[in-house]
Ligand binder design. Sequence first.
Ligand code: NAX
Length: 332
Amino acid sequence: MDTMKKPVRVAVTGPAGQIGYSLLFRIASGAMLGADQPVELRLLERAESASSARLTGTMMELEDCAFPLLEGLSAFRDPVEAFRDADYALLVGARPRAPGMERADLLEANARIFVEQGRALNASASRDVKVLVVGNPCNTNAMIAMKNAPELAARNFSALMRLDQNRAEAQLAKKLGCRVADIDRVAVWGNHSPTMAADVSFATVKGEPVAGKLDAAWLHDEFEPVVAKRGGAILAARGASSAASAASAAIDHMRDWALGSGERWLTMAVPSEGEYGVPEGMVFGFPCRTEGGVARPVADLAISEALRARIERNVAELALEAEAVKAFLPKH
Ligand code: NAX
């Protein structure tokens, strides 16, 4: 008897890019949704010729892997078609910062993409679609897509801050000489930008609090800046921005959202419902738990004054980003 589940549709944008090149193969292998879950990949790229040619090559390689779980593979130019009945959408493609481009120009160029993709999801995706925005500035891009998809629940939308959590856990494990798997309750609050608040005030190793084991100078002078500036350090070392680690974090994010986190904490940027003083609708990194496909920030944490101030800096930064793109948000 065939015990396989029905295939699910996974839409991925920017599949010809460097994150796409790591991500697609892991989705198709079953790393994201499990070894018993067939997937149909629906890829959305720009028509620009270099991307098109690279996409053809990537699709040839996907075929050549002969993944038993890959039940469909198609490419689209039109987001409404790419997202039709999608159960999952990983929005990776975005406009990179070009030399001389101001931050406001970058926000605006991306806003146009995420207005279009939010509307397209609203028009054609499954009503339960789980959307992960990876393309930067990912929190604000996710907020724009969400606001332009009024028929979908706000909490169907999220942005990637799992890479920041994974980076924080890896640094902590190195410092404490333990396994990453022994660590839990590390959180990264706020915006996926150097302002992010990597926080170990609730962190545990093998269930024991780490708080007493770390000195304040290491936390302040090494841990926090290393995590916040890791993207820049990878770029300097590799001559290209983080790709495999970003793809791996996107897999972790979607897997834990779809299959459940249990008691473990995972950092996801989700639209605030007013938790911890974060304005409603702001897509903000919180420590979350997931159950039954629903992600919720961990409730009732006793936040220190210092952490509160860091959360407020992130709120202020995201409010400025929202102000810069307000022309792209529906007026209601
Ligand atoms: P690449 O420039 O290698 O690839 C981007 C791909 O997206 C290109 O193939 C491009 O043609 C395509 N694209 C652009 N606009 C599109 C659109 N409207 N529809 C469909 N496809 C479109 O970038 P890559 O290194 O893969 O990074 C992708 C995005 O992830 C960037 O915005 C990057 O800043 C962001 N990142 C986010 C991270 C996070 O933790 N949230 C970490 C890694 C990464 O920096």
